[in-house]
Design a protein around this ligand. Structure first.
Ligand code: SF4
Ligand code: SF4
Length: 382
């Protein structure tokens, strides 16, 4: 049985201070530009207190809650990959030195980052990216330097979004491992506290100077009821039975043509996906020709350049690009990395400008009836 403690809401800042004292950069959710994004926080007051998010295919809106919950939302457009695998990283520089070039390798930046409010599906997404970047013959030194020394403060979801399907992917809504501390937020009348599960000795040590008490059996049961309620609220589901074989057997299914008539190949789905890792390299030179740099930047399998090889793109059509993305996420990823590439966070559904829904596409290829609401949960699109 894991050890549970209770932390009063008034002591959340103490947790921030304890992390700062240990030289962590605190990164967590905050409201900016009409969305809940992840950024550097200096105080717990910058959390999205009293805000929630409404999500549907192609729709995201912030709404005021009628309480002061700190984590009363689901997930936004950002994921932790922006800190572990940043959108742009300089790999090396080159300068003329008279006879030729001197290459200056970019030293990986070692940072102690504390991630605040990490959801269960996101912990699974980080584990998937760990496999992508750190397993195999050569580990990615930039990812490794950023990943080493992370402190993970997980938050178990108290509600699910309309586009969430973590239960189908067995990735949530409760965090089971991969955290230093995991909080379940409880609001009952005037009472506002967190049931805390200790995941590591580091978590225990960080918590040690902060007033806390052991959780009662009733408080632990309340936390469990919250997890169960979130699990029962999933807005989407996906039948993953034999999904690899299903997709391999249906590479010419007419549904790929149908989805291609809607897909804008904008790449939003890959940018917001917490597991997508495709990148390209760009070389730049200054006007004098004395200095050059190579940068690694996020790329997407939805661009024609991504599959360009001598003379043309392998995937010239929207059909081939959508099929590549979805079959990679749900089928070839399993052969490549031993697990699905999808954690059911729902971001690709919410942030697709035309509301293409990966769960509905799987359902269509499986040949089953559309979901009762036609895949759009009966809500009107804006
Ligand atoms: S599925 Fe949606 S988000 Fe992805 S490329 Fe197509 S239009 Fe853009
Ligand atoms: S494919 Fe979509 S639902 Fe799955 S992890 Fe990526 S963004 Fe989330």
């Amino acid at each position: 049985m894991p050890e549970h403690l209770v932390l009063g809401r008034e002591h959340l800042q103490g947790l921030f201070d304890a992390l700062k004292t240990r030289n962590y950069q605190i990164l967590g959710p905050t409201v900016r530009d009409g969305a809940i994004v992840y950024d550097e926080l200096s105080s717990s007051d910058e959390l999205p207190i009293g805000w929630t998010d409404e999500q549907e295919g192609g729709r995201y809106r912030l709404k005021k809650r009628n309480d002061r919950a700190c984590f009363g939302y689901v997930v936004g457009p950002h994921s932790w990959k922006r800190f572990l695998h940043p959108p742009a990283v300089r790999l090396w520089q080159a300068s003329r030195n008279g006879k030729g070039f001197q290459i200056l390798e970019e030293k990986p930046v070692k940072r102690k980052m504390a991630f605040i409010g990490v959801r269960a599906c996101e912990i699974h997404a980080i584990a998937i990216q760990d496999k992508v970047f750190l397993s195999g013959a050569v580990a990615d030194s930039h990812y490794q330097a950023r990943r080493d020394g992370n402190f993970v403060l997980a938050v178990n979801c108290g509600q699910a979004g309309n586009t969430c399907f973590c239960v189908s992917m067995s990735t949530g809504p409760k965090a089971d491992s991969g955290f230093d501390l995991a909080l379940t937020e409880i609001l009952e009348g005037e009472q506002h506290y967190f049931v805390v599960e200790i995941g590591t000795e580091l978590g225990r040590e960080v918590l040690s100077g902060i007033p806390q008490a052991g959780a009662s059996a009733a408080q632990v049961e309340k936390a469990k009821a919250i997890h169960a309620a979130a699990a029962s609220q999933m807005g989407r589901s996906m039948d993953t039975t034999g999904i690899k074989e299903l997709l391999y057997a249906n590479l010419e299914h007419p549904r790929w043509e149908e989805v291609a008539t809607r897909c804008l190949t904008c790449a939003n789905c890959t940018m917001v996906c917490p597991t997508c890792f495709c990148s390209t390299v760009e070389d730049i030179t200054d006007l004098t020709g004395e200095h050059a740099e190579r940068w690694r930047k996020w790329d997407s399998c939805f661009t024609t350049d991504f599959s360009y090889i001598h003379g043309g793109s392998v995937r010239a059509t929207a059909k081939s690009r959508y099929r590549q993305w979805m079959t990679h996420k749900l089928a070839t990823w399993i052969d490549q990395f031993g697990s699905s590439g999808c954690v059911g966070c729902g971001r690709c559904i919410t942030w697709c400008p035309v509301g293409i829904d990966i769960t509905e596409e799987v359902r269509a290829i499986r040949g089953g009836p559309p979901s009762a609401d036609g895949g759009h949960s009966g809500k009107e699109r804006p």
